[in-house]
Design a protein around this ligand. Sequence first.
Ligand code: SF4
Ligand code: SF4
Length: 288
Amino acid sequence: MIISVASGKGGTGKTLVATSLALSLKDRDRVQLLDCDVEEPNDHIFLKPVITRSEPVYIQVPEVDEGKCTYCGKCAEVCAYHAIAVLGEHVLTFPQLCHGCGACSYLCPEEAITEEEKEMGVVELGQSDGVAFVQGKLTVGEAMPTPVIRKVKDYVNRDGIVIIDVSPGTSCPVVQSIKGSDFCLLVTEPTPFGLNDLVLAVETVSELNIPCGVVINRAGIGDARVEEYCLKENIPVLLTVPLDAEIAHLYSRGITLVEGMPHWKESFLELFNEIRGLVDERSRCFKW
Ligand code: SF4
Ligand code: SF4
């Protein structure tokens, strides 16, 4: 089972949920935690894994031989990302925008484009107290997280429970991270901002046809509109974590919730049981 932990907005407690869920389950199943928030991975701060392997991530970017080029403009026409442009008798490439799809070199009529490897980031693998750990790190200054996320997801091992910590927002990196999940947990806070971003996140997971449930973090700071929205849309609220100075203190010291306050482990196990129930129910519906 693959469970993504996402949120429409940053700072809602996604890491708190992903790490505590992983640690709660490790005694009863094989658990893997993938940190796909590659622009700012922080699960490692809490799990303190021993990293045993590190692999660079490359994409192929175009290199133009202007000696062969006739400046026909086909490469610029075919590039959906505006990563190559033809201006008069010059071809300009913008490797930071390139997705490495290879279309320009494939379609160049003069075979004037070759591809060269460009390092985008790194994937690190390790272990943390019984949890298999994988994280991606995008190189500072690079603008394209998706190749690094793809590489992290190459290590998904469906033999156990896979928890994916997704970057905040609803853009391409989020879609890349949650694609293929059996369930998506949306972590939010009960504020107007939290509700606004939750609505966008629900739209994204609905488009991908992935069932979802909500975790309300810092309950008590805002109003009841998140719960009212979930009720209206028939989205289950699976866990509520209160606004609590002790929880915030643990977080600031890099201690997971279930390590600092072990009684929370039961709540995370119940959360998982509810997710399993929802996933099983859905697969039964599809069979019918
Ligand atoms: S498609 Fe090839 S020949 Fe045409 S402008 Fe681009 S690099 Fe030059
Ligand atoms: S490889 Fe793809 S994304 Fe990169 S410049 Fe060529 S067409 Fe554009």
